[in-house]
Design a protein around this ligand. Structure first.
Ligand code: AMP
Ligand code: ZN
Length: 135
C-alpha cells in the first residue's frame, strides 16, 4: 500500500511521534500550519471515518482527547479538523484528525470563512435534509 501514513506506522519513514495507543498514533505534522500542529490517525488504513470499526473510532477519539489537553495548552485555542473525502480537501487518503493551535493573529477564521457565501437554504430544503439525515 503506497500510503505515507501507513509508512509512518510501519517505521519506513520517520515521524515525530508524540503518543501511541493500541489502535492509534499521534505525530507532528511535517508541514505545520502552526507550531505544535499534530495529527492523530488510526493504525489501520481507512480512508474515511465511517470505514473504521467502532473500537478503532473510540480509540482514535480517546487519543484526540488526550492530546487535545497538551496541544490546547500551547495557545489556549485549537482547530480540530477532519477532511473526510477528497472533495472535502483530504489529500492523504488515510483518516487523520488535525489538531492545529489557533491564535488571534493567525490567518485563519471561523468555519464560514472557508466558503464564499452562505447557501441561504429555503425552509423546504432545510426540512428535506433534516428528513434525509435524521436517524
Ligand atoms: P490533508 O490535507 O487534510 O489530507 O492533511 C494531510 C497532512 O499530512 C498535511 O497537513 C501534511 O502537511 C501532512 N503530511 C504530509 N506528509 C507528511 C509526513 N511525511 N509526515 C507528517 N505529516 C505529513
Ligand atoms: Zn494508510
Amino acid at each position: 500500500m503506497d500510503c505515507i501514513f501507513c509508512k509512518i506506522i510501519s517505521k519506513q519513514i520517520p515521524a515525530k511521534i508524540l503518543n501511541e495507543t493500541s489502535h492509534s498514533i499521534c505525530f507532528l505534522d511535517a508541514f505545520p500550519l502552526a507550531n505544535g500542529h499534530a495529527l492523530v490517525i488510526p493504525k489501520n488504513h481507512h480512508k474515511k471515518i465511517q470505514d473504521m470499526t467502532s473500537t478503532e473510532n473510540s480509540d482514535l477519539f480517546s487519543l484526540v482527547h488526550t492530546m487535545m489537553s497538551k496541544v490546547d495548552s500551547l495557545t489556549g485555542s485549537t482547530l480540530l479538523a477532519i477532511h473526510n473525502g477528497e472533495n472535502a480537501g483530504q489529500e492523504v487518503p488515510h483518516v487523520h484528525v488535525h489538531l492545529i493551535p489557533r491564535s488571534k493573529s493567525d490567518s485563519a477564521g471561523p468555519v464560514h470563512s472557508m466558503f464564499d457565501s452562505s447557501l441561504g437554504s429555503s425552509d423546504s430544503e432545510i426540512e428535506k435534509y433534516y428528513n434525509l439525515l435524521k436517524i
